[in-house]
Write a protein that binds this ligand. Sequence first.
Ligand code: IDP
Length: 137
Amino acid sequence: MQQTLAIVKPDGVARNLIGEVVARIERNQLAIKAMKMIHMSRAQAEGFYAVHKERPFFKDLTDFMCSGPAVVMILQGENAIARWREMMGATNPADAADGTIRRDFATDIEKNVVHGSDAPETAAFETGYFFSGLERN
Ligand code: IDP
């Protein structure tokens, strides 16, 4: 069993896509172990995306992530990290496969509706960033 962090980003919440994303997660048999809505501060968004701090899009990305509420979730299942990334689709919606969340709903490479951890180490950091041990078992 593996856990991963999923986020419905501020664009997804603003566009009323929480239910659509949650429905897809449930249809794909990933268990939602924890879920809450948060409006990140700038410092919290910068801490979350610290790995990207040297990237040219860091300022825009962190502005976007603290621009409104987001829904953060811990998903659990066999191979949950890869399965959730497959459901999300490629970072750029133009490159995302048909039927993925980003292909179906994202408007551009930044406002791409959802986030998912990309490896076991990042999943451990990211789930622990938003949830305590008590909230995830
Ligand atoms: P991922 O979310 O598919 O794992 P990453 O490369 O980790 O993609 O990038 C994190 C987030 O940063 C993306 O989901 C997207 O919101 C934003 N991002 C990535 N590349 C660009 C870019 O070239 N321009 C603007 N925003 C970007």
